[in-house]
Design a protein around this ligand. Sequence first.
Ligand SMILES: Cc1cc2nc3c(=O)[nH]c(=O)nc-3n(C[C@H](O)[C@H](O)[C@H](O)COP(=O)(O)O)c2cc1C
Length: 201
Amino acid sequence: MAEKKANLGDLNILLGVSGGIAAYKAVDLASKLTAVGALVDTVMTENACRLVGPKSFEAVTNSAVFTSLWSTSEEYKISHIALVDWADIVVVAPATANIIGKIANGICDDLLSTTLCACWQKPILLAPAMNDNMWDNPAVRRNVKALKDMGFRLVGPEKGRLASGTEGIGRMSEPQDILEAVGKIAFAVRHPVKEINRKKK
Ligand SMILES: Cc1cc2nc3c(=O)[nH]c(=O)nc-3n(C[C@H](O)[C@H](O)[C@H](O)COP(=O)(O)O)c2cc1C
């Protein structure tokens, strides 16, 4: 079946990938975002790199993958601040309980968390993915609420089969659903709502 295509032509998407088992699905998401015209740079946590290789993202996006605050000489021009300036939309998929906790509490101890701390005023979409017990944990609930209050958008998680083999809430949304959520944000970025109550001069 033909996929419904979002038009992300020429939008710069910063894709953050943290260390959840759904990281392999983020490669498909990166591919889909690129296929609809977005320019995708990827930032991976060290734990994400244990689950899926940075080369996969590089291959499907034909673009840079960043994995460390302490970049190599070739990457020296691209600081986390430059990445923030570059991004029109930021997507974190999968978003682990850990990265959700870090960004809700302003913790910056690696490239992804530091970048997210610096870009909180950009449109940010999180696709949480974790075990249902983790999702139900009061500390996680508190962090999710704090992020929603700050204006972060969430897609998922969904109910279904979890990596542990049990059924519950915590599955990352499918890449196609995340793509559609990004498409809605892209529309809002391109068509900002005019201030209704703007004072007349
Ligand atoms: C195989 C494996 C799968 C994991 N899957 C998840 C997951 O889906 N969600 C989650 O929150 N943590 C998951 N974890 C635990 C995280 O990797 C761990 O909390 C880590 O500190 C996250 O680091 P990061 O957020 O910096 O990537 C998993 C760990 C392993 C070993």
